[in-house]
Design a protein around this ligand. Sequence first.
Ligand code: GLU
Length: 302
Amino acid sequence: MIKYKKVYDKEERYLAYWMKGQESFAFNRKKRVVVKIGSSSLIHEETGNLNLTKVEYLVRELCDMRNRGMDVCLVSSGAIAVGRQSIGLRERPKDISLKQACAAVGQARLMMTYQKIFSEYNQVAGQILMTKNTMINPVSRENAKNTFEELFGLGVIPIVNENDTVSTYEMQFGDNDTISAIVSSLIGADLLILLSDIDGLYTDDPRTNLNAEFVRVIEKLESSVYDMAKHTTGSDAGTGGMATKLTAAKIATFSGADMVIANGKDVRILHHMLDDTFTGTVFLADKKENFRIADFIMETIG
Ligand code: GLU
């Protein structure tokens, strides 16, 4: 098990500590939070239909974060999964054109559902769809950044997804773990939460190795951490495995945000995070002054 110790930021403030025997990451002091939810956390496993109870809980949690005074951004998958269901496809689509068709239907349905529930809490939400070009092209990157800033200034919660209907292989990020980290970097978020269908990082694949141990905190992304990650996701709905989560961790932590991987089976885990009573793996911010997100995309994902 990785040994835990106190961690400070540049101003010598505690970032994480033990208080009265309880671990705290002081997430409730964060100013700008990105929450990513995967398709498998949003749909009923048995039927593939949208899990409305979960969407409701998620929206309530996000509104409550806003009520605490945080800027909140949601990165939501589900366009393809919801579209596939609406169209009546039994299998997960493999062809890019079929995925795009599903996304065209599903993204609109997903947003309709989000808009409806957010408005019940008097919260306005907006949609931002991105492709790799949005980030690589300096003009569109700046425009996207300005749009996010404007939305936060207006108290709106942006809901982000990849623009699946127009992205082809060359323009595709492919998974929303990466997109959520890129968004965190772009908007200068100080916390990224990946709600997934796994509890967090284990020292090995817990389904095949009974001795695999849960990892609570990662202070630095060393090679031993990459060894722990396995290319498994455990569901057939989303696309991100542990490897994509570690890429996300690199982008987020190098840009100055803490990142958490936690299980989205009960999305109320979000307020437990702010109260420090949750299970999940925390990657502590490790800001690198020379980290440039556009360069990283070109070199690594491009
Ligand atoms: N953008 C895809 C969708 O909304 C999902 C990608 C992912 O789950 O990582 O369906």
